[in-house]
Design a protein around this ligand. Structure first.
Ligand SMILES: CC(=O)N[C@H]1[C@@H](OP(=O)(O)OP(=O)(O)OC[C@H]2O[C@@H](n3ccc(=O)[nH]c3=O)[C@H](O)[C@@H]2O)O[C@H](CO)[C@@H](O)[C@@H]1O
Ligand SMILES: C=C(OP(=O)(O)O)C(=O)O
Length: 427
């Protein structure tokens, strides 16, 4: 087991460069199956979710080679197995994109139910409803989702809830379906647009990504492509909040400021100064943290994946803030851990009332999921004394070299391998 040890109280200063977006990469990597050829993808984040997807692709028969530290060549000419087993699929959420991608190429897929962060119920009924509308038979047996059809036919699908995953899975499945597919009430996140751009660069005909309606004219054949993934909105937002929380002065580079607007707006209300430039933002805070009310919503609303991090900042506000989770049933499990560090947070279902405290105190804490881990890191960077964060594998699902990037900003953080894991490795 590994943990982060952080001595807090140091304002972050300097430059940090943002990696490729996790939630775009995890859709684009399975999508290479549709090419049936060679794709070269740049700006791949070096995170454990990506490593697992590469492993799955190799098991399916693809060739996956890193060309340099952030560019990968994936050749899916020789996929020979449409089955994604439990041991790999359970490790992450996006493994279910193999359903859409394999269906799109072979009209056949068998993928174990996915894992991912525990945020309450994470049903896949909208994915199944969409596949069925395209003429696919879907059954769930022994935890495997089995899907097959003879020919996929374009359809008009109206999603009952706005779902990133269902939008992506249906784009993947329908890109080669016969005729026109119309997806309505779709997600509009930047990674939806990035996937559409990637698929279009392979010869797909997808229009409207980034709006409520996506129209897909099925094509017979797709081909390999070269593509560069967008920067990670949530990684960027996390460093912006960390800069504000520590009273720092940080240049967050290699970003698309437009993707950060909802985060920037709340940070400014919370007392930070954020200056936007072409491909970087400059975040400082010299005054007090101000109370802010926030409700998370699908894009372009405030992203749920930034909710724990901004809550960590608001624990230090001058006054009481209310944070309402508008996407997930249970995304405040980290609040107890922040309270161990001296925060004052009352959670009632999807609402957290955060009464600001003058300071946080170092403590040993556990990351309950990816962004919960990021929130604890931010709190530990602020708190005086030495904190230890366990279960950092959650954090490493989504943040490339977070320890090194924070060290580069002057943080006193190190990754420690606990002796029992050394022992486990030796056995
Ligand atoms: C790999 C990835 O990109 N993960 C992101 C994706 O997760 P994910 O794609 O799983 O999230 P969804 O957008 O699908 O879920 C949004 C809401 O819709 C509900 N729902 C979803 C599907 C379905 O079939 N039925 C249903 O009811 C969910 O329970 C949730 O309440 O979007 C979330 C919302 O921005 C982010 O927090 C995750 O980081
Ligand atoms: C919830 C998240 O990821 P996943 O859907 O992969 O669990 C996240 O990125 O915050």
């Amino acid at each position: 087991m590994e943990k982060f040890v952080i001595s807090g109280g140091i304002p972050l200063r300097g430059d940090v460069t943002i990696s490729g977006a996790k939630n775009a990469a995890v859709a684009i990597i399975p999508a290479t199956i549709l090419a049936g050829g060679r794709c070269v993808i740049e700006n791949i984040p070096n995170i454990s979710d990506v490593t697992i997807l590469f492993k799955i692709l190799r098991e399916l028969g693809a060739t996956v080679k890193m060309v340099n530290k952030s560019t990968v060549m994936i050749d899916t000419s020789h996929i020979n197995d449409p089955i994604v087993p439990y041991e790999l699929a359970r490790l992450m959420r996006a493994s279910y994109y193999f359903l859409g991608a394999l269906l799109g190429r072979y009209n056949l897929a068998s993928v174990s139910m996915p894992g991912g962060c525990d945020l309450g119920a994470r049903p896949i009924d909208q994915h199944i409803k969409g596949f069925e509308a395209l003429g696919v038979d879907v059954s769930i047996d022994h935890g495997m989702v089995n899907a097959k059809c003879d020919t996929m036919l374009g359809a008009h699908i109206y999603f009952d809830v706005v779902s990133v995953g269902a939008t992506i899975n249906l784009m993947l499945a329908s890109v080669k379906a016969k005729g026109l597919t119309i997806l309505e009430n779709v997600a509009k996140e930047p990674h939806i647009v990035d996937l559409a751009n990637f698929l279009n660069s392979m010869g797909a005909d997808i229009r409207g990504a980034g709006t409520d309606v996506i129209k897909i004219h099925g094509v017979d054949l797709l081909h390999g492509t070269n593509y560069s993934i967008i920067p990670d909105q949530i990684e960027a937002g996390t460093y912006m909040v960390a800069a504000a929380a520590t009273g720092g002065d940080v240049y967050v580079r290699g970003v698309i400021p437009k993707h950060l607007e909802s985060i920037t707006q709340k940070l400014v209300k919370a007392g930070a100064q954020v200056d936007e430039y072409d491909d970087y933002v400059h975040v400082t805070r010299t005054g007090p943290v101000c109370k802010v009310n926030i409700k998370t919503l699908p894009h372009p609303g405030f992203p749920t994946d930034m909710q724990p991090q901004i809550t960590a900042l608001l624990t230090l506000a001058d006054g009481t803030s209310i944070v309402t989770e508008g996407v997930w049933d249970n995304r405040f499990r980290y609040a107890d851990e922040l309270c161990r560090m001296g925060a004052n947070i009352q959670v009632d279902g999807k609402v957290a009332v955060i009464e600001g405290v003058p300071e946080l105190k170092a403590a040993p804490v556990k990351a309950t999921d990816l962004r919960a881990g990021a929130a604890l890191l931010i709190a530990a960077l602020v708190a005086h004394g030495t904190s230890e964060i366990e279960d950092i594998h959650h954090i490493e699902r989504g943040y490339e070299n977070i320890c090194e990037k924070l060290q580069g900003l002057g943080a006193n953080i190190k990754k420690v391998i606990l002796p029992d894991s050394e022992m486990a490795k030796a056995l």
